[in-house]
Ligand binder design. Structure first.
Ligand SMILES: [Zn+2]
Length: 288
């Protein structure tokens, strides 16, 4: 399945670049635009795990992992993090347990506790997960932390970063091709497409996730924590504590975690609906 997706993505890229090597006339660009639209709709697609949602995907897993690794390395150079002590060890231990039940091709899992008071966590492609010290007072215990890490690992498994980058790239490439078709500016557009391919991948991977991605990560995350042996009921309790924390903050600036992780009753309602299935998986994991 994955191999087929990669082959399709490679074929698609090969077609794109072969076309770019030719002299692009407006007519050719129009044909290319139609072909690209068709290829994007038909070929560049993947399926999210568990939910079965169709995804638009122009990046293969190895490339995706490289981009995530690069971005995470840069982050670690600019942001202080905790290397030892019980909190950093807890983050690593929970991370290892969740990662064991979340197979990701080309993942080099790493779970880092960043010294940052804002209650936040994030994930980058390739298995790079960051947890801020500020969220630990809300996670409170190991199962609470498993909720946050399960959610972040789910973003990685479902390839949300690559999907975001693919959407950005796709739009930019279509934009560049449309430019050619309309403005007869072939060399500029060729360059534009090349730039779009690189820039979209770089920028898209760092963009905040959409609401669809957040709800999907909640759903997958709850299943992963259950499979890793953490009581999924803790997920609902965590989000309730987070909601209470947010309300206590009053009308001030919303915490960073909130701006990228929309919090509402819908998210808790969805988790409640999923709880019976997750509880069954938890019971199975407990039986070994
Ligand atoms: Zn998220």
């Amino acid at each position: 399945m994955l191999r087929a997706q990669m082959l399709r993505a490679q074929m698609f890229r090969a077609q794109m670049f072969r076309a770019l090597l030719l002299q692009v006339t407006p007519q050719a660009a129009l044909r290319l635009l139609s072909a690209a639209l068709l290829a994007m709709a038909v070929l560049a697609c993947a399926t999210a795990p568990e939910t079965g949602r169709q995804q638009f995907m122009m990046i293969d897993p190895a490339q995706e992992a490289r981009m995530g690794l690069q971005a995470f390395d840069q982050l670690k150079q600019n942001k202080p993090y905790v290397t030892s002590g019980k909190d950093a060890e807890l983050v690593r231990r929970v991370g290892r347990r969740i990662a064991r039940v979340a197979p990701v091709e080309h993942a080099k899992w790493e779970f880092v506790l960043f010294k940052d008071d804002s209650p936040n966590a994030f994930a980058l492609p390739g298995g790079k997960v960051g947890v801020n010290t500020g969220i630990l007072e809300i996670t409170q215990d190991e199962a609470g932390l498993a909720t946050v890490i399960g959610h972040e690992v789910a973003h990685v498994v479902a390839r949300h970063g690559a999907e975001r980058a693919s959407q950005t790239m796709g739009l930019q490439i279509l934009g560049a091709l449309a430019d050619v078709a309309l403005a007869q500016n072939a060399p500029g557009a060729r360059q534009g497409v090349m730039q779009a391919y690189g820039l979209g991948a770089q920028v898209g991977v760092l963009l905040p996730y959409s609401r669809v991605h957040e709800l999907e990560a909640d759903e997958l995350g709850m299943l992963y924590m259950a499979r890793a042996g953490y009581d999924p009921k803790a997920a609902i309790a965590f989000w309730q504590r987070f909601q209470a924390y947010n309300r206590k903050q009053g009308g001030g600036k919303p915490p960073e975690f909130l701006s990228t992780h929309p919090l509402d009753d819908r998210r808790i309602a969805q988790l409640r609906a999923l709880l019976p299935r997750a509880a069954a998986e938890y019971a199975r994991a407990a039986r070994g």
